[in-house]
Design a protein around this ligand. Sequence first.
Ligand SMILES: [Fe+2]
Ligand SMILES: [Fe+2]
Length: 196
Amino acid sequence: MIVDGLTQMNKNAATVLAELRTDHKNMALMINLLERESNRIYEGGEPDYELLGDVMHYMTVYPDAVHHPKEDMLYAELKAARPDLSVGFERITMDHRHIAELSVKLRNDIAAINAGNAISRNAVVADALRYVNTLRGHMQWEELDLFRRVDEMIREGHVSFDTANFIRQSDPVFGPEIEHSFGRLVSSIREIAASH
Ligand SMILES: [Fe+2]
Ligand SMILES: [Fe+2]
């Protein structure tokens, strides 16, 4: 029975890791969009501020509220079960807090513009690029290090912690059910995908 339990723990961890990787692909898509629109602002053009608002709404309700807490839980389990494998990951929760602060700042900038307030274009571009670069670097670090360490444990069948009770909230944009308020964002993503 212990062997079965271990097998299940390995399977659960593999599921969580697959979910995290899917989230990263979707987040990469969102940050590419942000980068494109902020370049448009930088060049003096008119970006799609409504689209930017929708993207930042998504980033605060899914990546910041579900994806990052799930990774924090993974790190905590890894640290408890295999402190040797968790070395070098101490900054992960702080990174997540920092990213959440940057995303709220950018979301507020865009909300202010959409509300008709005057905001300097340079400030929006700077906040957007800071957010894009920070999140991109963070995701790459996780993919090349944290995820690989857990991969290795799964491959060897050595996952000794259970991820069965991890936060499991489905993605309101890329998940099985699209949340009503994200309808416009989903249409934009489909249009962009179709034009490539
Ligand atoms: Fe993360
Ligand atoms: Fe992540």
